[in-house]
Design a protein around this ligand. Structure first.
Ligand SMILES: Cc1cc2nc3c(=O)[nH]c(=O)nc-3n(C[C@H](O)[C@H](O)[C@H](O)COP(=O)(O)OP(=O)(O)OC[C@H]3O[C@@H](n4cnc5c(N)ncnc54)[C@H](O)[C@@H]3O)c2cc1C
Length: 417
């Protein structure tokens, strides 16, 4: 059998990671120094193209700081990016609130958030893998099939068969690992579609590069975003629930163009703007969907595991957090050599512990944002109530604050206090 030939010897590993996005790279980098034989299998060749809003929240920075080595300092010193110090919400009634990410600031403190083109950020993370000889990178290899057999899991690409003790599906929203090992049909209501372009000469940006979420009635519970980016550009676009779009994806570009040309709040800011890229759309899998994120010889991470915040659409920090959790769980499984569904269940438990309360809160926020009237009320509250404005900021910065704020009773206070 091909598995045992010399030619295939290079393709036997402890851990197979499908996908080298933020989730896959974070997992690999957290295990890199431990000596496991890791294969990272990626369909594209880096630097690869990625459609995103490019906002890196405090969650991203927190996980990055815990990755062994110089990743965070290198990010701060060497990556082309824009520091962002806060967030501006604009309600459907056009009332706005500016919420700084930090309540107090120290001198020389790094920014609490950044906007960094995903092509650059993902390439930066990916290039860190090259420092480790126990991580073998297979670029340009699209996974087409995954099967489990007694003793191992096999991942097939057009060129190779990779054998591992366990596979981590970090292969994005249309995950092949999920399709073969955890086949579930997901309702449209758990997906959002986002479209974005890069524009120059957009006016009215906040002097400290606040990211802007503008809740237009026609997009609710989605929003239009304006994120100041590098090279004098802004990343602007919107997210909309998939079931509200149906099959007419091509209309998204028309909606974007229409908002930029005609929306009374947005059009004046784009009067002299020029589109400097294609406008491109992609799907976001929301954390409202509950699935088993582990099973016999596999775990799912990031978008493959439906970990995008249902209200903000933020997914990079959560993807990286799942990579960090996966690394700590798998280390134990390598000790016991138990990759059964039962043995890997700890991963599900840890993911739920980390995200379930936050996703519940954000689902409620998403539902509130579905009604212009209720969301106007929330933004009005946030203008007067520190607890509510802190929540809006904490969504993008600090999971500990989120936990504190979302204790039972928070929702009632949100609307009625
Ligand atoms: C329009 C839009 C705007 C967004 N804006 C933001 C934002 O501003 N901030 C934020 O935090 N989040 C944002 N998100 C969400 C964010 O992009 C994702 O949550 C994040 O990329 C998830 O990381 P990941 O590593 O799980 O998956 P990905 O980044 O998608 O990486 C998956 C990797 O797997 C590879 N792959 C896929 N299939 C295969 C295969 N069959 N074989 C081998 N490799 C494969 C892909 O090439 C890719 O490199 C946005 C999403 C969209 C669509």
């Amino acid at each position: 059998m091909a598995f045992y030939t010399d030619a295939m010897a290079n393709y036997e590993f402890d851990l197979l990671i499908a996908g080298a996005g933020p989730a896959g790279c974070t997992l690999a980098l957290n295990l890199a120094g431990k000596g496991y034989r890791i294969a990272i299998i990626e369909k594209d060749i880096f630097p690869r193209h990625k459609i995103c809003g490019d906002a890196l929240s405090g969650k991203v920075l927190n996980v990055m700081q815990r990755i062994p080595g110089d990743v965070y300092n290198d990010f701060l010193q060497n990556l082309n990016k824009i520091p962002s110090w806060g967030i501006r919400f604009i309600a459907p009634n056009q009332h706005e609130i500016d919420v700084p990410f930090l309540l107090t600031r120290e001198e020389d403190q790094p920014a609490p958030g950044y906007v960094c083109k995903r092509n650059d950020f993902d390439h930066f993370m990916f290039s860190k893998l090259r420092d480790f000889s126990n991580i073998k990178i297979f670029e340009g290899e699209r996974l087409t099939e995954v099967v489990t057999q007694p003793g191992h899991v096999i991942a097939k690409t057009g060129n190779h068969e990779f054998h591992g003790k366990v596979i981590a599906g970090a292969d994005g929203v249309h995950s092949t690992v999920r399709k073969f090992l955890q086949n579930t049909k997901v309702d449209h209501k758990h997906f959002c579609i986002g479209i974005r372009g890069y524009y120059e000469n957009v006016s009215g940006l906040h002097p400290e590069n606040y990211i802007e979420l503008i809740f237009l009635k026609r997009l609710l519970p989605g929003y239009f975003w304006i994120f100041p980016s590098t090279e004098g550009l802004v990343n602007a676009g919107f997210g909309m629930m998939q079931h509200r779009i149906g099959k007419r994806r091509e209309n998204l570009t028309h909606i974007l163009d229409d908002i930029i040309a005609n929306d009374p709040l947005i059009a004046p800011r784009f009067t002299h703007a020029k589109l400097k890229s294609k406008t491109e759309a992609h799907t976001l899998p929301l954390g409202t969907y509950r699935l088993n994120r582990s099973g016999h010889r596999f775990i799912l991470l990031g978008d493959a595991a439906f970990l995008v915040d249902p209200f903000s659409g933020e997914g990079i920090g959560n993807a990286m957090a799942s990579g960090e959790i996966a690394a700590s769980v798998l280390e134990q499984n390598f000790k016991t050599n138990d990759f059964s569904a039962e043995g890997l269940k700890t991963y599900d438990t840890r993911i739920l512990r980390r995200f379930s309360q936050e996703f519940k809160t954000m689902s409620i926020m998403q539902r509130l944002a579905g009604s212009a009237r209720l969301f106007n009320l929330v933004v009005n509250k946030a203008r007067k109530n520190k607890e509510v404005s802190e929540l809006l900021s904490a969504m993008f910065t600090n999971e500990d604050v989120m936990k504190k704020l979302t204790r039972p009773g928070f929702y009632a206070r949100l609307l009625f206090k």
